[in-house]
Design a protein around this ligand. Sequence first.
Ligand code: FAD
Length: 141
Amino acid sequence: MLVRLMYASRATEAVRPETLVAILRKSTHNNALCGVTGVLCFSDNIFVQVLEGGRLPVSKLYNRIAQDPRHTDVVLLSYEEIDERSFAGWSMGQVNMGRLNPALLLKYSEAATLDPYAVSGKVSMSLFNELVATASVMSLP
Ligand code: FAD
């Protein structure tokens, strides 16, 4: 039984590059152990993360992440049972915002900023799918 979960959250304080790298390193290591894959995006002080895997590991991980003091206002955007993964290639990929075409954000929202709080979960998921399709996701070096 595979599921896909997407949430958004706000960083509690300014996120330094080292903090993001530490989160990604921990995620890559832990997620590989429990068969979870996904993508993490950080922009404008907002995190959006997609987690895919078994129902129990994804639920456990989401509950752990939601308690992390490094972010707040954790909002579940989408949860679905799936037949196959969309992000199987990444224990935890990072959306490369440097390669992001602002037109892609404008396609899905009123302004060219990432604001999952202002759009539906379906729209955020569509945006993620396009990011992956346009190869704007990278792994840690
Ligand atoms: P340890 O790393 O040993 O941590 C022990 C405790 O200390 C945990 O409660 C942890 O939350 C806390 N802690 C560790 N470092 C810090 C710090 N710098 N500041 C404050 N508290 C800290 N983890 C994953 O495994 N997979 C993910 O996909 C994932 N995504 C995340 C996305 C976001 C936006 C954030 C903010 C965190 C994410 N994490 C993820 C981290 C997660 O919240 C836990 O910190 C981590 O899973 C705990 O790993 P551990 O059990 O090995 O404990």
